[in-house]
Design a protein around this ligand. Structure first.
Ligand code: PXP
Length: 243
């Protein structure tokens, strides 16, 4: 089966919050993304509420019929909101107030105690839990040991590589990390910096179950509409996926 596509709609909320108004509504974007074939809708409820608001999370939970994936920091207030909301999935990510977007992966080894307590609270609520981590063997194995059912590998090294050599190295790292994840018994997803231009070689790697893509899809949606932008990305993933 080709990898699934989770569409991150945060940037629709970013445009709305630029004017603190009520348009464009990210929940409309979720509907359009589903009509375009999205297999999941992803949103990040940040502690500073810079884009997605609590109100959006509640409406998304009511109206999204595909997998709803909430990205979140390991913060007790946010964990409590997630336990109450019960999305299908939560992805634990590092969060810094000064960053433009999530930078790199969560260090699950360094923050093991806090991470483990968030994972157990979320799993007790029946939520599937994924760790957004860098493609490093120790991080993947530690995630599986802590109880994560999935890891989302940071694809930034691939996305930011400019030389052929760096690109090949990033692909090799991802390929090996996928194998580690599969042998550790977790689902292996990918995300960060994936675009219409760079998705091909990543989608062609065997073993990814899903990609979470935000900025590039929302950017294209401004010109062609969300439904079509999602459909085009889905088509690319299917076209490049291994047989
Ligand atoms: N996956 C995770 C865990 C993220 O934090 C983000 C960014 O919000 C994405 C995927 C999507 O990244 P991009 O917007 O670069 O496609």
């Amino acid at each position: 089966m080709p990898p699934l596509l989770g569409v991150n709609i945060d940037h629709v909320a970013t445009v709305r919050q630029a004017r603190r108004t009520d348009e464009p509504d990210p929940t409309w974007a979720a509907v359009e993304a589903q009509l375009g074939g999205a297999d999941g809708i992803t949103f990040h409820l940040r502690e500073d509420r810079r884009h997605i608001l609590d109100r959006d999370a509640k409406i998304l939970k009511e109206m999204v019929s595909v997998n709803l994936n909430m990205e979140m920091a390991i913060d007790s207030d946010i964990v409590a909101i997630a336990v109450d909301l019960r999305p299908g999935q939560c992805t634990l990510v590092p969060e810094k107030r000064e960053e433009l977007t999530t930078e790199g992966g969560l260090d699950v080894i360094r923050h093991k105690t806090r991470v483990a307590s968030a994972v157990s609270a979320l799993r007790e609520a029946g939520i599937k839990v994924s760790a957004f981590i860098e493609p490093i063997e120790e991080q993947i194995r530690a995630s599986a040991d802590i109880g994560f059912q999935a890891v989302e590998l940071w694809t930034g090294a691939w996305a930011h590589a400019t030389s052929e050599q760096d690109q090949q190295a990033a692909l090799t790292t991802l390929r090996e990390a996928i194998e580690v994840g599969r042998s550790a018994g977790v689902d292996v997803l990918g995300g960060h910096g994936l675009t219409y231009r760079n998705i091909g070689p990543v989608a062609a790697l065997p073993g990814f179950t899903e990609f979470n893509i935000g900025h590039s899809i929302v950017a294209r949606a401004i010109f062609v509409g969300m439904r079509q932008a999602v459909r085009e990305m889905k088509d690319l993933i299917i076209r490049y996926a291994p047989d």
